[in-house]
Ligand binder design. Sequence first.
Ligand code: F6R
Length: 360
Amino acid sequence: SKGGYPHFMIKEIYEQPQAVRDTYEGNVEDPALGRVSSAILSANKVIVVAAGTSYHAGLVFSSLLARRAGILAHTIISSELPYLVDSIDGGDLVIAVSQSGETYDTLEAVRKAKERGAAVVGVTNVLGSALDRESQLRLYTRAGPEIGVAATKTFLSQVMLLELLSIRAGEASGRLRPSEANELLRALREVPQVLANTLEASDPVATALSKGLSGSAYILGRGLGAAIAREGALKVKEIAYVHAEAYPAGESKHGPIALVERGFPVFIVATSDAREVAGNAVEMAARGARVYVVKPADLGLELEGRESITRIDMPPSSGVLELEPFILTPLFQLLSYRVAVSRGYNPDKPRNLAKTVTVE
Ligand code: F6R
C-alpha cells in the first residue's frame, strides 16, 4: 500500500532515510564486505557492469574506489560488455549491480564474463534473484521492495553499500588509515538524518522549479558530480518526459555548449572533489543560460559577479565526499516527480517502461 502517499514513487523517495539506514546496518560489520574487498585488491582488473540507475551507482563507486583505494574500476553498461568481453580473463573481477537481480542485459554480461573465467560479485536488493544465484560473492542492499518504476531508494541504497565497500577496500589497500576509515563510517552513520534534512530542503525547491521546466536541459558535473548528474538526467527524462542531458562539465565546451542560448536551463551538480564546476557555471551564464548550481551549503564556489546564477543550497557535507550523493540526488528525484504530477503523468508507471527489463 502507498501508506497515505498519492504514489509509490514519492513514498519510496521519503523511505530513503530508512533504506540507507538498513543498508548501512546490514552491511557495515558483514564479513562479506571484507571478502569482496580482498577480491578487488587481488584482481587484475575490476569491472562493474550494470544498467540504468544501477550503472550510475557503479559510476559513484568508481569515483570513490579510485579516491579511497587507488584502484580504477571500469564501469561498463551491461549491454555494451559483450563488445569488450575479449579483454576479460580469469584474473578479473566483475561486480554486477542490479536492484532486481533479473535484468537481462546484466545477467548476459555476467554469463559472458564467467565464460571468460572472471569471478563475479552480485550486488542486488533481492535475495535468491537470478543474479544472486549466478554470483560467487554476494552483497545485498536493504531497500525493501520498490514498486514505482523509477529507481529511487534502491539507488541511494546501492550508493551506501558501494561506499562501504570502497572504504573497506581503501583500508585493505593501506591507503586509508583505520582512523580515517572509521571517520568515514561515522559520517555514513549520519546519512539517514542528512537525507531527511535534504528531502525537507529539496521538495519546495523542486516544486518551484517544476513549473519552469520544459523543452530541454543540461545537467553537468565533474567527478562524483558527473555520476549524480547522469542519474538526475535519467529521472527527469523517464518520469517528467523532459529532455535532460548529462555531461561531464568539462566536456560541455567540446560541442554541447553550442545549444545554449538565452534562458536554456543548465543545472550544475557541485561536489567537493570538483570546485572547477564554478568555471563551467560562469561560462554557461555568460551565454545567457539559466544556471542553477546545486551544492552542499558549505561548499565554497567562486561564482561572484554572476547574479544570474541561482545557488541551490542543500545541507552541508563538511567536505565528506561520501555524503554528497545523498545531499544532491533527491532534488532531481523530486523535481521529476513534481513535474510529472503537475502535468498529469503517472510517475509510478511511465510510458514505454517496465520495472524490470528481462529482454534483450
Ligand atoms: C531507472 C530504472 C532503470 C533501472 C535499470 C536496471 O529509474 O529504474 O534504469 O535502473 O533497468 O535495473 P536493475 O537495477 O534492476 O538491474
